[in-house]
Design a protein around this ligand. Structure first.
Ligand SMILES: Cc1cc2nc3c(=O)[nH]c(=O)nc-3n(C[C@H](O)[C@H](O)[C@H](O)COP(=O)(O)O)c2cc1C
Length: 218
């Protein structure tokens, strides 16, 4: 059937793989807990979207002396391969001193080393933080993402004041607040819709370029 090979149909049929990165290395991290909750939500109620938690705790601090003949240390190579393989990204970041956490910035920097592994993919940001809910850190991530060519969803935004009552996370960092769980689901649905739109447009433009070159007999 003609329609079955259309770029829109191909993009919709594929499973969207989300590389999810927590900016906190703490054992009981609320941000890592948000990634676990996102994974559960996708398994339960968002068909076609799979969350892969990419652990960044083993990355060395960025030092370009560690790059030898264009190669990276094994932990960095493995991380970069996971970033390249993802269809889109989910960042869960604790605000540290009004900005991005050191571990997440380190991971963004390693992935940016040429060739940039982040480019042309959709992303969403979550933050569980202190009084600000992490808003300032989210806008810093967006700023860095401009240079990395990451395309962020604009709405909905989710800023969580992790330590304000009522209790939102248990002592292991598991999300226990049903309203935030619903808001998180809406972020994931928005990411899914936007990532699919981007993929459709990319495959439609490839399709158009191929048809135009075959019309010219290239
Ligand atoms: C070094 C440091 C700086 C922090 N700075 C801020 C801040 O600027 N704004 C804020 O809202 N919370 C700040 N916090 C609080 C953390 O964002 C908050 O405790 C968060 O829940 C930690 O995330 P986690 O549970 O995933 O580890 C800071 C915490 C640390 C350790």
């Amino acid at each position: 059937m003609e329609g079955s090979t259309a770029p829109e149909a191909k993009a919709k049929a594929a499973v969207l793989r989300v590389a999810a990165i927590s900016g906190s290395l703490r054992r009981g991290s609320a941000n890592t807990g948000l990634i676990r909750a996102a994974k559960e939500i996708c398994e339960e109620s968002i068909p076609g979207m799979v969350i892969d938690h990419v652990d960044i705790s083993g990355l060395p601090l960025l030092n370009t002396d560690l790059e030898v003949d264009g190669g990276f240390p094994p932990a960095v190579e493995a991380f970069r391969a996971k970033v390249r393989a993802a269809d889109c990204f989910l960042f869960a970041n604790p605000e540290y001193n009004y900005s991005i956490s050191g571990p997440l910035k380190n991971a963004l920097d390693w992935g940016s080393r040429p060739p940039n592994c982040w480019a042309d993919r959709a992303a969403a940001i979550l933050s569980a933080s202190g009084g600000s809910g992490g808003s300032r850190s989210q806008y810093h991530i967006r700023q860095v993402g401009v240079f990395l060519d990451i395309h962020f969803i604009n709405k909905p935004e989710l800023f969580i004041r992790a330590h304000q009552p009522p209790k939102k996370f248990d002592s292991d960092g598991n999300l226990i607040d049903p309203e935030i769980r619903e808001e998180l689901k809406n972020v994931l649905l928005s990411l899914q819709a936007f990532a699919l739109r981007l993929q459709c447009k990319a495959s439609a433009s490839e399709h158009a370029a191929m048809s135009s070159s075959s019309d010219k007999g290239d």
